[in-house]
Write a protein that binds this ligand. Structure first.
Ligand SMILES: Cc1cc2nc3c(=O)[nH]c(=O)nc-3n(C[C@H](O)[C@H](O)[C@H](O)COP(=O)(O)OP(=O)(O)OC[C@H]3O[C@@H](n4cnc5c(N)ncnc54)[C@H](O)[C@@H]3O)c2cc1C
Ligand code: SF4
Length: 633
């Protein structure tokens, strides 16, 4: 390390990506400083507070001022970023049942966006978190690999939907990443079994699978032999749920964590850390003696030396903040220097940081103009049912099984893939249970044994599935700088987002498949849009009258109108071999700045349907090796 530098490697952000990188480099003797916007390492009381906050206030995020503004007690994405909802493009007739034989929209009857909702426009519905450990505090724990075709969507299927979007191939293949997937599974501690959809494995899972829940097994029995016919291609697919690979312990003591106790509190947070979260690697990185975490330190600019041809990065400017007893914030500026710089502050914040960093006539790493663009999520549709027999939800991890078969197929030429997550959490997600129903029953005057019986009858029969679908990259969906400043005087990110035709088609087809599963679980299926009225993102009640016209009998399968964010933010500094169309190369190194790297799902050029963290970890481990080699040159 040069005398004039603070360390070898500066990392911004201590989530899954930053903490694992810091730990790997620290273990190799590399001197690392990590800037972390939120509080640094916290004790178990923070875990308890986090859970209490969620359960009491409905707010999954603890109150903290780490450069966020206007915090209120309820989850409000405007605290994280600014946005205006985009007008929704038309996708078949809205609010009416469409012709199932329409070649442009063969699953149109399962369009989940009615005219009432479509007027509201598309909001980005995913947020993130600022504290050491990042979003892994509240991740569910699904540790899923991308499929080989996810890396080559364009060259395999070349989808050309009518909105003009096109797919992009990754500059690496599944085979390139496979060894790193194995290492990531060891590092995180993944319990699983079997190969999924051609994602071949050279190493076994480090732990045996978490058992499928009682309700999963009931669903497996109901779906045995059931086929879903994709009407885009007339190909049929089995729908049996299989055990999901999970970053939670099926074995006591693996990576120092206890075995999962099945308490179903994985979101907001596992109270006993049976589920992996990145605070583990924050602690392990510190224990190497080579890594310093600077908490409450918000990076706001990447400094580049434009006098040199290779535009080296020379420092990261940050503000260290303090809060007094009254919550007033003060901050002091600082600059940290190293040989190599890594942005691991997640897709929105990485992009915002780059866009805030001048570099000659452009901003850092933005010679392609792609920084901040191609913002994507895995939009989620929910279908839920009241089964004829008890399913006994609210036990075990929030999800233990998934339907993987619709993650790949020739239909991807026309519409996106989808991964179904089978829930053990009853109607929590679509309807706010187990709180909503008991409160309603009390409101109806029930009490004592009568109330207990009614609660038991209603809650034990609940079941739900969610599908996470694939979008195509769209340069108009993007992060830019807002004119609004946060509490530290730093511009907030401004988001522009919408779901493309490919993603909307995927939602409709996957809703049809989920309905098909539930039709096999009730004797007299009656499908209705929404169980109850719901609030849209601006708080307006939207009774779904038009969709339910003509529904006869007692509804027992419910299609949740509208869609949710998955928590999977992707695409804002995409990877590619061509500096004219991408921001980082296959090593996640910025084109044009040899000592700058970007980690996380912002690097993904296309999105598949795997929950992102395992791939984020695999890429971080791969980049750790690149950086360590670079430092020894
Ligand atoms: C409800 C929910 C459930 C999820 N479930 C799953 C799942 O089952 N499986 C899965 O694979 N994924 C899941 N995810 C997604 C997963 O949590 C994220 O993809 C992953 O945690 C991202 O890791 P990261 O390290 O890239 O970013 P983050 O975890 O967001 O970490 C970024 C870090 O950078 C810090 N930071 C931000 N800005 C700055 C700045 N300016 N200066 C300094 N520091 C900064 C933050 O404080 C944070 O510590 C879920 C997400 C949500 C919301
Ligand atoms: S089920 Fe309970 S113990 Fe198991 S990972 Fe989830 S919260 Fe932790």
């Amino acid at each position: 390390m040069s005398e004039s530098r603070d360390c070898d490697v500066v990392i911004v952000g201590a989530g899954v990506a930053g903490a694992i990188l810091a730990w790997r480099l620290g273990s190799m003797g590399v001197k690392v400083i990590v800037l972390e916007a939120g509080p640094g390492r916290q004790g178990s009381d923070a875990r308890d507070r986090y859970i209490d906050n969620f359960k009491v206030s409905g707010n999954p995020y603890p109150l903290r001022p780490a450069a966020l503004k206007n915090y209120d007690l309820f989850t409000n994405t405007s605290n994280y970023y600014q946005q205006e909802p985009q007008p929704r493009p038309k996708q078949g007739p809205m609010g009416a049942v469409t012709d199932a034989d329409d070649p442009e929209d063969p699953f149109g009857e399962y369009n989940i966006i009615s005219s009432a909702v479509s007027r509201k426009g598309d909001w980005f519905q995913t947020n993130y978190e600022r504290q050491a450990g990042g979003a892994s505090w509240h991740w569910l724990g699904n540790a899923i690999r991308l499929l080989p075709t996810d890396f080559k969507l364009r060259s395999t299927y070349d989808p050309r939907p009518p909105d003009g979007s096109r797919a992009y191939d990754w500059p690496i293949s599944y085979d390139d990443l496979e060894p790193w997937y194995g290492k990531a599974e060891q590092t995180i501690g993944v319990a699983g079994t079997g190969e999924i959809m051609g994602a071949w494995r050279s190493t076994p899972y480090p732990m045996p699978p978490i058992p499928q829940s009682y309700s999963d097994l009931k669903m497996c029995a109901a779906t045995a032999g059931v086929k879903f016919v994709d009407r885009w291609t007339d190909v049929s697919y089995p729908l049996v749920p299989q055990p999901s690979p999970q970053g939670r312990n099926s074995v006591d003591g693996y990576n120092g964590r206890p075995i999962c106790h099945g308490s179903s509190s994985c979101i907001p947070c596992c109270p006993i850390q049976a589920k992996y979260d990145a605070t583990q690697h924050v602690a392990m990185a510190e224990e190497t003696g080579n890594v310093e975490f600077r908490g409450q330190s918000v990076a706001y600019q990447v400094l580049a030396d434009t006098t040199q041809q290779n535009l080296p990065i020379t420092g990261i400017a940050y503000r260290r903040w303090e809060a007094d007893a009254y919550g007033n914030i003060s901050s002091t500026p600082g600059v940290v220097t190293g040989r190599i710089y890594v942005l691991a502050s997640h897709a929105v914040e990485n992009a915002k940081l780059l866009l805030s960093s001048p570099c000659g006539s452009i901003t850092v790493a933005n010679q392609s103009g792609q920084v901040g663009r191609n913002l994507a999520d895995h939009p989620v549709a929910l279908v839920y049912a009241r089964a004829d027999r008890p399913m006994y939800p609210y036990r075990g991890p929030v999800s233990t099984s998934g339907v993987e078969t619709l993650r790949d197929g020739t239909f991807r030429k026309y519409r996106g893939a989808g991964r179904m997550e089978v829930g053990n959490d009853g109607w929590l997600w679509p309807d706010g249970d187990p709180y909503f129903t008991p409160a309603n029953l009390v409101g109806q005057g029930l009490w004592g044994p009568e109330l207990a019986q009614a609660v038991s009858d209603k809650l034990t029969h609940q079941t739900r599935i969610g599908c996470f679908v694939e979008q195509l990259p769209n340069p108009d969906m993007r992060v830019t700088l807002s004119g609004v400043l946060d509490v530290l005087g730093i511009p907030m990110p401004r988001l522009t987002y919408g779901i493309d035709v490919y993603g909307r088609r995927a939602l409709s087809a996957n809703v049809a498949a989920m309905v098909k599963i539930f039709r096999g679980m009730v004797a007299r299926p009656v499908v209705q849009y929404n169980y109850a009225e719901f609030l849209d993102s601006s708080g307006t009640v939207l009774p779904d009258v038009a969709r339910n016209a003509g529904v006869e009998g007692t509804p027992n399968i419910f299609v949740r109108e509208g869609w949710f964010g998955a928590g999977h933010i992707m695409g804002t500094h995409r990877m590619g071999s061509d500096p004219a169309t991408s921001v980082v190369n296959a090593e996640q190194r910025a084109h044009g700045h040899s000592n700058l790297y970007m980690l996380g799902s912002g690097s993904w050029p296309s999105y598949g349907t795997a929950n992102p963290s395992l791939t984020i970890a695999a890429l971080a481990l791969r980049t750790a090796e690149t950086i360590s080699k670079e430092l020894t040159r």
